[in-house]
Design a protein around this ligand. Structure first.
Ligand SMILES: [Ca+2]
Length: 204
């Protein structure tokens, strides 16, 4: 009888452990479901976390007074491991100048998400623009535009509501994310911007 009681107590205890484990797992899953990681750059190589290629681009590669180059940076990164993306740009040209960074989004369906989020900071020693443009493109050739402002030399989690992208209404098949440095807009014509942990997020 005592033995049977013992097993009964053990069974209840084990059931409670299992249930606690299940509810813990459910919490993790819910948290993960509120955020989808597109690129953390932590492998130090292409592609991004969803298999999309990326790189720097320039309006006029033959004009050496303007351009943008991309590299993986381990010193300035978000978090304790891996890399961030370093964008070394110049729009300091007598010609019209704009350039930046592109990333394929593999027709990602972001329609159940509320925001595009990314960590951003400028390089305090080299200099940086406090403003740049972010574009989201979809498979039907819509181009959404949003200006990120108030960049500083400290990491900031920039959360952009998808509805604030002007020019795009369908987020179910996103083809590309583009960052644009523009001569007329940039507060510093040359500089370095770091980006990391590009995600789509849901409002809590
Ligand atoms: Ca990273």
């Amino acid at each position: 009888m005592v033995k049977r009681m013992f097993f009964a107590v053990m069974f209840v205890a084990m059931a409670m452990v299992v249930m606690a484990g299940v509810s813990g797992a459910a919490d993790v899953k819910a948290a993960a479901g509120n955020e989808f990681l597109i690129a953390d750059f932590n492998t130090g190589e292409k592609p991004n976390n969803i298999g999309g290629d990326f790189g720097a681009w320039s309006k006029d590669p033959t004009d050496f007074t303007q351009g943008c180059s991309e590299s993986f940076d381990t010193v300035n990164r978000r978090g304790t491991t891996g890399f961030a993306m370093k964008l070394d740009y110049s729009v300091d040209s007598k010609n019209p100048a704009y350039n930046g960074f592109w990333m394929f989004l593999q027709n990602f369906d972001a329609s159940s998400y509320d925001n595009l989020a990314l960590w951003v900071k400028g390089d305090g020693k080299i200099g940086y623009t406090t403003v740049f443009k972010v574009e989201l493109k979809n498979a039907s050739k819509q181009v959404g535009r949003y200006y990120v402002t108030n960049i500083t030399d400290a990491w900031q989690d920039i959360v952009i509501p998808l509805k604030d992208f002007k020019g795009i209404t369908d987020f179910s098949n996103l083809s590309e994310l583009v960052i644009v440095f523009e001569d007329r807009i940039a507060s510093n014509k040359k500089g370095v911007i770091y980006i990391d942990d590009i995600r789509f997020t849901k409002n809590k």
